[in-house]
Design a protein. Structure first.
Lengths: 373, 373
């Protein structure tokens, strides 16, 4: 089947994404079974995101492991563009980052790119954007990161530290490079043109700022990869290690196809949604079900296009046996969409109620995580 | 006489500058006799730089005076790109700014653009550039600014405060504008493209940061005017007053023609030069003298092209009667270059020894002036 044209850039993700092709286009490496085996040596069990190839590609993760196996720790870096509430698509890389922090005992730098969001969203004020930084930080903290090993910072508030490093990076990024990688043009404002230097900073923080020789690994959705491409170009000019990356796919929304997007709020579940509202969204989800129960029983459903199945597969049904069974039953018409939705709704309900409880507690922990100047 | 082609931009000043033409090209206003009269009402005596039209043009200074005469104070903003030691050309706008602070009881924001200098000088390290900030700040302080009304800051060190404001400004400056005004191209690094937003910040500091309604007046050399053009464009979009400016010419070097330039150190007098070295530079200065004493006595000298005369006229001989007399005597061959040089050397000696004494004392005052975050 001919896939439709797709676009993946830090500013836009659209179309039906061919991840194989993306690996080629972005020049990243696929996560091979050999690499998975090597990771498993360290993590005991492979994380579901790796087992199910939701984290599907990387750059230099093998180099990070080389150093690690020689006894050299590494640091983690991920982040969030705080322009609204957090939805489940956003937290996937954070869940994985938390896993990596646990098994590799790694420090984490978490950058809130409120400067970027302010610069590209005409309607956002500075105060609103910083507000989202603090709101979204609660979701990060609720996931259980170690406050002793995690720094969360707003670019706007942490500018004193970061600007100094960003200047050193920016000095080596000509406009032509930024233009080619990010598609800037004459209407781009001069703040957003500078921003790639700010986003590169935490990739070098341990080395440049804390004088440590630790490599940096960046777990994130693959659309952010162009930023690290630029950071990797600059690294040797500053005598620093290139950042490594490990990249995930996009969580589809509850609608038909495509990345979960805040522009279609009915197809997203936000961490701040009420349990009832989230349940309603699940019940309205697009599935691979047939027109009638009779037809479904006869022909079976199509889990490949079913958002409910995707969510169970990617995020909620951790038991490999059970997810296989759901797939099989769906294909054979042994299970109806309503039953699947109920399974998912229960998982979402459980996740949200726990997360929201932890999110409340996170308010007391904020100051342990946030660094300013 | 046909003047040669000249260039005046924030990055380059060269050729024999036609200031009349520059007023047209830059779209600034000449300082008229009417405006001088109005200024004199407030300053009692007109400053020599105004009497001798060294400060020759402005933008909206009349609006600043309108507000002032209605009882609304204004703030001053000037600065320095710290890429080396301070020479006499640099301090002229600061001397005038000090005068304005005194007579108008105005607060001063003094920006050290160490970020800019680091970004455009390949050979400069961050540490060296910040080093020059502190070195140059001594010269500012030595001029006698009021520590209660003066803030000096390094852009790198004051980034926390300034980045926040710079974002608000940058959001309204498309690359096309920055390109047109500053001549950026594909080789310009992304830091320097952002820099105009940083340089605009202090023009709005009183209004944006301290919540005051005070207008801002920027005394500086005319090559900096493009920055304020951009700041003025942005002002209404932020609901702020446009900054006003008052602009001076360039102090010529002790060589033949042209702005005093650090690239020709023998033609500059630095505030850190030893008295002997400075004297030697004056003795080696280019003058409008004739080939022989005899010829000089017969034809007279040419003060119009004489760097020694220019320095006396612009900076050192405050007595209008005396400077006229020097001009007359030179024209008539009554005075030889050696005598003129001795007059200037004495002034330079007196200035330097006093300045260097105050500069030493300034080291104890630094912390009263420097603001960080």
């Amino acid at each position: 089947m001919q896939k439709k044209k797709f676009v993946v850039t830090p500013w836009e993700v659209s179309g039906e994404i061919d991840y194989e092709k993306l690996i080629e286009e972005f020049g990243v490496e696929p996560i091979t079974d050999k690499l998975l085996k090597r990771i498993k040596k360290h993590t005991k069990e492979l994380h579901m995101f790796l087992r199910r190839k939701f984290f599907f590609s990387h750059r230099d993760f093998n180099h990070v492991l080389d150093s690690y196996e020689r006894g050299q720790k590494f640091v983690l870096y991920t982040g969030r563009g705080p322009s609204g509430h957090t939805h489940l698509g956003h937290i996937i890389p954070w869940i994985f980052t938390k896993h990596l922090q646990d098994v590799f005992d790694a420090k984490l730098y978490f950058q809130m790119t409120d400067d970027e969001k302010f610069l590209i969203k005409p309607e956002l004020t500075l105060e609103q954007t910083i507000g989202f930084t603090y709101d979204n930080a609660l979701d990060v903290i609720a996931l259980g990161f170690d406050p002793k090993k995690t720094k969360i910072f707003s670019n706007i508030e942490y500018a004193k530290t970061q600007y100094k490093m960003a200047l050193q990076i920016a000095k080596h990024i000509p406009f032509s490079t930024a233009k080619a990688v990010f598609g800037f043009n004459s209407t781009s404002n001069i703040g957003i043109i500078f921003f790639p230097a700010m986003q590169a900073v935490p990739a070098f923080m341990a080395q440049l700022f804390e004088g440590q020789n630790e490599r940096c690994l960046i777990p994130c959705a693959v659309d952010q990869e162009p930023y690290w491409r630029v950071a990797r170009d600059v690294a040797p000019k500053l005598g620093l290690h290139k950042p490594a990356g490990i990249y995930c796919k996009f969580l589809p929304g509850l609608g038909q196809g495509g990345k979960m997007s805040a522009s279609l709020p009915e197809t997203c579940v936000y961490t701040t949604d009420s349990l009832e509202y989230a349940k309603k969204k699940v019940w309205n989800a697009f599935t691979g079900g047939r027109a009638t129960v009779k037809e479904q029983r006869e022909k079976g459903g199509i889990p490949e296009i079913c958002s409910v199945y995707h969510w169970l597969y990617i995020l909620f049904e951790k038991d490999d046996g059970k997810i296989k069974e759901i797939y099989r039953k769906c294909k054979n018409g042994e299970i109806l969409c309503g039953e699947d939705k109920e399974i998912l709704a229960n998982y979402v309900n459980k996740f949200l109620s726990e997360h929201q409880r932890k999110r409340e507690k996170a308010k007391d922990l904020l100051e342990k995580f946030m660094v300013r100047d």
